[in-house]
Ligand binder design. Sequence first.
Ligand SMILES: [Zn+2]
Length: 289
Amino acid sequence: MKRTLLLGVAVVLTSFVVVVAARSSIGKQDDGPRCESDDGTKGTWSHSQSDNQGGPNEWGELADGTGKVLYPDCAATTQQSPIAIPARTEVAKDAFALDNQHLKWLPAAPVKDVINNGHTWQANFAPGSKMLVDSKEYELVQVHFHSPSEHTLEGRSYPLEIHFVHVGPQGARPFASVVAVMAEEDAVDNPEFAKIWSSFNACPQKTPTAVSNVTLDLTKLLPEDRGYHRYDGSLTAPPCTASVRFHMLSHPIKVSAAQVKAFTRALGPTNRPIQPIVLGTEIEYATQN
Ligand SMILES: [Zn+2]
């Protein structure tokens, strides 16, 4: 009896903390935080699967007041992302290993700020972490998340997909390079994510929240086996710009179910549906060595 009462108090306290932590939250619902009415923070598009809500099926048709289509690339016939990564693909001849030679991430990458932009949680990095693509340096600018996963690996979806976004030099093709990692649920919090998870707002915000003295060892967010699939696709959210090279790790890492839940409570589903594979798109496999 006492134990039940204590547990009840703990639950009430936890709920209170969650509500207080949710800036601009005016209440708590089981389906997520109730945020102030949309002030334009989210923009015109969403991940909604319902009609006329600006969801993925409508991204390519959304227009401004003058009738100008906002995100024409979302309806483009060039390869869009995400895709269903097939089980067997050809082994790439020129593929590199995701080792220290090519993934030059700082051992302690400083997080500059974090934002809930209404579509995802995103952590922006201070400069210094890079990736070599076609012998060119691409700068790691941010990491963000999708739940459920956007890609599927050999037919399997995951509770979370992590995108490390690198931007190439002016005029480079591909213009961006993404290292994508799947995460499956575990009982234990992922310690690297634990360093930033509580900094993210439950409600959308216009300007990022500055973060001080937080560094991430990003290699801890990669699986031991760094085999990956590679293909050229697009941004998975508007403006859906093409010429994004994906390096999709073949093995997942682990995050806690509670960490995934905190993210989905704040944002709901954040995945673009699988896009058709365009004839001629090469999906190649690279082993870890
Ligand atoms: Zn993404």
